[in-house]
Design a protein around this ligand. Structure first.
Ligand SMILES: C[S@@+](CC[C@H](N)C(=O)[O-])C[C@H]1O[C@@H](n2cnc3c(N)ncnc32)[C@H](O)[C@@H]1O
Length: 320
């Protein structure tokens, strides 16, 4: 296994070397090919690779690669959102989302996140905030179109151009033009009103390194309503070369409910937590730490802790 692991890491390093030399990360045949190869190299989950235990050199490469992937993802969304937004007036861009190369991944990710949310929510959320929605706010669109027909989605993005493109994407849709609202702000400056959302999503690309991710989570913990759900995206195994990892220890002030690692072509892992302080969230023995609740999906690692010290780590097998 060690030999196989080192071979695949070498392949990723080779792809990084080629990607880091690219003049521009905007979609092109070469860029698309390299990132396509990178994603397929990182998809396998049958490895015991832990990126946090690699050499400093590989860790540095990973943090640069995550940033390059994020930049390329932004350009890809911008590219296709511009094409869709320039369709003839009688065409609804939302009827042509399948031109986006990763649209089917978002359909699967949206279904997965909806299913996990349903397992942990006692009611249908009336308002959801999506932080880091982008030029192609596909998560909000997929949830609004296929899973939550009566929910309003407030999409936050630091980039005003992303919001301009995203708004024109939904503007011709009778339904979503009324249920998709856009706010241009850095999440760290969003204070007012974050406590009005039943559910807050934090995009994988908000907080591209551990420090920035934790800062965003801490900010949300400060301003979300007690008992509200936080949905995050993480990464597992080789996929952690593409996206930042969210650990349970990053979720102070939250009750960790589920960590789900897909094994198909849905790249992101899904982390769902509930802000402490609501009626059902005092921990065992009254502790107010990051608490684990029984999971009923895939294997997860549960960390029970009393604020700073880990009391135990348990692995829960799936509860059917
Ligand atoms: C490319 S999108 C990916 C999300 C994807 N469209 C979805 O629907 O799941 C990620 C977005 O996060 C935004 N972003 C990054 N840091 C942010 C921050 N601190 N506050 C708000 N938005 C941020 C970027 O501008 C980018 O448009």
């Amino acid at each position: 296994m060690a030999c196989k692991n080192s071979l695949v890491v070498k392949q990723i390093i080779d792809l990084y070397d080629q990607i880091s030399k690219l003049e521009c990360l905007k979609p092109s045949k070469n860029v698309d090919t390299l990132f396509g190869q990178l994603v397929s190299t990182c998809l396998p989950t049958d490895t015991n690779i832990d990126v946090t235990k690699m050499s400093d050199e590989v860790k540095d490469m990973r943090s640069n690669l995550i940033k390059l992937c994020g930049e390329a993802e932004g350009y890809l969304e911008q590219h296709f959102s511009t094409i869709l937004g320039s369709l003839p007036e009688d065409q609804n861009p939302l009827d042509h989302l399948n031109i986006f190369p990763y649209y089917s991944n978002y359909l699967k990710l949206g279904k997965l996140e909806y299913d996990l949310l349903s397992q942990h929510s006692s009611h249908v959320p009336s308002k959801i905030a999506f932080v880091g929605s982008g030029p192609m706010p596909l998560t909000s669109i997929v949830l609004a179109k296929f899973h939550l027909p009566n929910t309003t989605f407030h999409n936050f993005d630091i980039d005003s151009h992303a919001n301009t493109l995203a708004s024109s994407l939904v503007s011709r849709d009778q339904d979503l033009s009324k249920r998709m609202i856009f706010h241009t702000t850095d999440v760290l400056n969003a204070t007012e009103g974050l406590d009005q959302y039943d559910v807050v999503f934090l995009a994988a690309l908000v907080g591209m390194d551990k420090e920035a991710k934790v800062k965003a989570i801490e900010h949300l913990e400060k301003h979300m309503a007690p008992g509200a759900i936080l949905m995050l995206r993480s990464a597992h195994a080789l996929r952690a070369f593409l996206y930042p990892i969210v650990d349970s220890s990053d979720l102070k002030g939250f009750q960790l409910l589920t960590i789900y690692h897909p094994t198909d072509d849905v790249v992101n892992s899904v982390v769902i937590a509930r802000k402490l302080g609501g009626s059902t969230t005092t921990g065992v023995n009254g502790t107010r730490g990051c608490m684990f609740m029984p999971c009923n999906c895939s294997k997860v690692h549960a960390i029970m802790n009393n604020r700073c010290k880990k009391m135990m780590i348990e692995e829960f097998s799936a509860i059917e």
